[in-house]
Design a protein around this ligand. Structure first.
Ligand SMILES: N[C@@H](CCC(=O)N[C@@H](CS)C(=O)NCC(=O)O)C(=O)O
Length: 227
């Protein structure tokens, strides 16, 4: 059994989609990041970075004590390796999936996160910051557009790289960036979105979603608490 500490947000969705695609036993434990649950000492003991998601595996492969994993890239590799799905074992294919997974973790995730922040949440409109992160988001979408030429999925077979990028590209409207200029990305997006496991992953915790733009308390817990 996996304990999945999560919230309805792109990084949470990445792992929510994966556990649903894997159809493994898990329970989701909501960490309400708009209420500040991520800052509690009890949660920091699980994720020292104070962000969602994190997992605790109560049946790790070495049959040892429960094992905790934080950081979405590490969680996705851990679960995919354990279940031997969505991450090929062939050296070259595996490396390609990892390259695109880390491209998401270090690139499109943080850039879209900042684009969303300055476009949607920042108390002042800072045109330089909005343009900077939207431009970088578009540059990364063009990289994905080119990669998808002749491919249904990022590394041919559907993998954790697709799940990870999908969860972030899903929020494109909240960054003020349209997918219309990226027709292959748009088609790929539809292919991923239509998978039943993806639908189920997105539905977890959906009823608890909070519109951060409408809550000063949420903005404080997300953006000010650590200042
Ligand atoms: N690098 C981390 C990022 C996790 C992350 O930023 N999670 C966001 C939700 S999408 C969060 O917990 N935000 C709460 C906060 O910043 O206080 C990962 O990939 O796991």
């Amino acid at each position: 059994m996996i304990d999945l500490y999560s919230w309805a947000a792109p990084n949470g969705h990445k792992v929510q989609i994966l556990v649903e695609e894997l159809e493994i036993p898990y329970q989701v434990i909501p960490i309400n990041i708009t209420a500040g649950d991520q800052h509690a000492d009890s949660y920091r003991a699980i994720n020292p970075n104070g962000k969602i998601p994190a997992i605790v595996d109560h049946a790790p492969a070495d049959a040892g004590p429960p094992f905790t994993v934080f950081e979405t890239g590490a969680i996705m590799v851990y679960l995919a390796e354990k279940e031997r799905r969505f991450l090929p074992s062939d050296m070259r294919k595996r490396s390609e999936v990892l390259q695109w997974l880390f491209w998401q973790v270090g690139g499109i995730g943080p850039m879209m996160g900042q684009a969303q922040h300055f476009f949607r949440y920042a108390p002042e409109k800072v045109p330089y910051a909005i343009t900077r992160y939207q431009t970088e988001t578009k540059r990364l979408l063009k990289i994905l557009e080119d990669r998808l030429a002749g491919r249904e999925f990022i590394c041919d077979d559907y993998s954790i790289a697709d799940m990870a990028s999908f969860a972030w590209i899903r929020i494109h409207k909240m960054t003020g960036v349209s997918l219309e200029e990226f027709p292959r990305v748009l088609e790929w997006y539809g292919r991923v979105r239509s998978r039943p496991g993806v639908g189920r992953g997105l539905n977890l915790l959906r009823d608890q979603w909070v519109d951060v733009t409408k809550s000063d308390q949420a903005k404080f817990n997300l953006f000010r608490k650590n200042c």
